[in-house]
Design a protein around this ligand. Structure first.
Ligand SMILES: [Zn+2]
Length: 504
């Protein structure tokens, strides 16, 4: 699966962090299920906008890219993103793949020379249809004036694939998700697909055309191929056949809806032309707003992911975006809601349940796990939430996955209050005390696995406090969600609360 390859014109923002956290969560889920996962991320580094940004700062484009690309990696480390490949489109091996791909499409007869004139948004790196512009000839996405470009370019014969794509979309209703995005794409295709220029004569910061050194390859035609060049093993000779041998086609391209057209229309047509299999699924998530308003530097309304993760930690940031927003739809960030959600779910419901039960175990059970016990209600609920949680992850319904796992924790809290082991202890019902403590700790353990894809740090902490070794956690898998895997006699490790309340 892939995240978008992020454009390095500026430092990573929260809009880049969001799909990357989602992709990492999904990758972690499938690793728990024992699947071989290759999570690809990276940076898109060519094009006019980068050239301009670098010039404005008096740097060469390569120096600019070399400064920005590691910042993405630094953010991924902070956010506990476990990716497998990080591809930069200025990598010389990628360049070879792009050129080979270009020649395949060229030899197929799908590339020809022609003049193009039209409104161009430098921010989008895309020619626009006059009719989609806003009043004053503004790009509808960037709200900035477009330029009018006229130049002789090489065109890709997208229109040739109109019928094939229509049929493909019809026969593969899950290809583009969610449905609102699929319908958008079907609308574009129905309007009629037009050939588009895939080279630029005015842009020098790009890969030269193999057939015409005076032009560079359009940044999107280049960047999309990063998904394929990323698949090359470190010792493989860079060729298309080697790159696609093991991992292609990709199961999932996870993208933002602003780059839907490139992924859902251009990319499949390019692949068809080159005779390569199509991705299995493309999922387009929504836009993020802050306090109900569009985010942007020009709007003075940004949210710095570095700042957020440094203040609250990676689990907090991951949890908020995946639990509080419905993936696939537009979502909002508000700091008060952020604090409230984390305090309610992670500090109170989850963290505190573990902490107070461990304290009781220390007081009433000498700090060791009592013998395996079962409470019919609690163990039945644990068994019931596993499958819906799994299904929610597989549908990328991260919010539902969290809710489902959390319902077990909430029931555990109620159970503890109802059974009141402190009263049982006073009444010298030691068997009763041990039963309650075992059942609650076991519920917390199961919830930790269910939530591990979203909050890996906290889940690992739960396992540590339950007395497991780090090796056990590193080898954890989904089968361990079965009731009764908390070993009796294991020494518990009462520590600081795993998620301290945030003071609003
Ligand atoms: Zn634009």
């Amino acid at each position: 699966m892939t995240t978008p390859l992020y454009y390095v014109n500026a430092l990573p923002h929260v809009g880049s962090a969001y799909p990357t956290m989602a992709a990492d969560t999904l990758a972690r889920y499938y690793r728990l299920r024992g699947r071989d996962v290759l999570l690809v991320t990276g940076t898109d580094e060519h094009g006019q906008k980068i050239q301009q940004t670098a010039e404005e700062q008096g740097k060469s484009p390569q120096v600019h890219c070399d400064e920005i690309a590691p910042e993405f990696d630094r953010l991924w480390q902070l956010l506990n993103i476990h990716y497998d490949r990080f591809i930069r489109t200025t990598n010389p091996r990628h360049e070879l793949i792009v050129k080979e791909f270009f020649m395949r499409v060229y030899e197929k007869g799908d590339i020809y020379r022609d003049f193009y004139e039209g409104p161009y948004c430098v921010q989008c790196e895309e020619y626009k249809d006059a009719k989609e512009l806003l009043e004053g000839d503004l790009c509808p996405i960037h709200l900035k004036p477009v330029e009018t470009n006229r130049e002789e370019n090489y065109f890709f014969a997208l229109s040739k694939y109109q019928q094939t794509l229509e049929t493909y979309f019809e026969q593969n209703p899950d290809f583009i998700q969610p449905d609102v995005r699929r319908n958008e794409v079907l609308g574009w295709v129905k309007e009629g697909l037009r050939d588009f220029p895939i080279s630029r004569s005015s842009v020098t910061w790009g890969i030269p055309l193999p057939v015409d050194q005076a032009q560079t390859i359009y940044v999107w035609f280049d960047a999309l191929l990063g998904y394929i060049s990323a698949l090359l093993g470190p010792n493989q000779t860079p060729s298309l056949d080697n790159a696609i041998a093991e991992w292609w086609p990709v199961d999932l391209h996870l993208i933002g809806k602003d780059i839907l057209r490139f992924h859902a229309v251009y990319w499949p047509a390019m692949l068809l032309s080159a005779g390569l299999p199509l991705p299995k699924k493309i999922f387009g998530h929504g836009y993020l707003t802050k306090d109900g308003r569009k985010m942007g530097k020009s709007l003075g309304n940004t949210l710095d992911p570095f700042d957020l993760v440094e203040r609250y930690g990676s689990d907090a940031v991951r949890y908020y975006f995946l639990k509080e927003l419905e993936f696939g739809r537009d979502g909002d960030f508000a700091e008060s809601r952020f604090v409230n959600t984390l305090n309610a779910d992670l500090a109170n419901d989850f963290g505190n349940l573990l902490n107070r039960t461990l304290r009781m175990a220390s007081k009433y059970c000498e700090g060791i796990v009592p013998a395996v016990q079962t409470d019919e209600d609690l163990s039945a609920l644990a068994a019931q939430v596993i499958e819906p949680t799994a299904q929610a992850y597989e549908k990328l319904a991260f919010s539902h996955a969290c809710e489902s796992a959390l319902s077990l924790v909430r029931r555990g809290n109620k159970y503890l209050d109802e059974k009141a082991p402190w009263t049982l202890y006073k009444n010298q019902d030691q068997a009763g005390v041990e039963r309650v403590i075992y059942c609650v700790l076991e519920s917390v353990r199961i919830a930790a696995i269910l939530l591990a894809p979203v909050i890996p740090g906290m889940s690992r902490g739960v396992y540590q406090q339950l007395g497991f070794s780090p090796e056990t956690w590193n080898q954890i898998n989904w089968e361990e969600t079965v009731w009764g895997k908390l070993p009796p006699g294991q020494t518990l490790s009462l520590g600081e609360p795993l998620f301290p309340r945030i003071d609003p």
